[in-house]
Design a protein. Sequence first.
Length: 214
Amino acid sequence: MIGNKVDDQMELISHFYPQIYSQLAQQQEEETVKPQRRRQKNKVEGRNNTSEVVMRKRKLLSEEQVNLLERSFGDQHKLETERKAKLASELGLDPHQVAVWFQNKRARWKNKKLEEEYSKLKTQHEDTIIEKYRLETEVLKMKDQLCEAKKKIERLLLERKIDISSNNSPTSSIFSMEQSHFNLGKFGMEGQLMDNNMLFVADYQSTYMTPWDD
DNA sequence: ACATTCTAATCC
DNA sequence: GGATTAGAATGT
């Protein structure tokens, strides 16, 4: 058969002169709009056998073809038989080619979506790390402030103890002095954490003051 | 559906 | 001109 002979020739050309072959093939494809045929079995045979010539008539789709396919894909990712046939005739392609294009397109699309999702999660993760670091720093600062506040309270309590043991003055004067100490303490605190510290001081006061109030 | 192969085109 | 890449086509 003549067709087979031509194919054999092309096969040889494709093997030895791939560039020339691709030009010829492209020309042929453009002249005869006839879609390319499915390839026949062409595994590369055997480990030490001479490698078989692999013949694959691959033709890039034209821009218009791709545009139409893209638009169609935009409408719907699935391709039912009817739409496939319609598209194929509009594009001058083998319906199988259209099916393959949709198959590959779905794969590319899925891949793209996965990559988008990945980079989204990645930036989210990075933001979270930064926030975690910020919070950890804040915790350290607050611990430090708490430590300072405790020291201050210890000092105040110590001073007060000394006052009690060495002074016989009325309790009312002690009380007022002590209030002023705490007031000083309040203003000694800094920043936005002041409210919390004030609460803490108040709580500390009510809990630990009672024994001496008796 | 997914993995893989293979090729045409492009980059350096 | 060889390494890389996109994507058409094949294999499972």
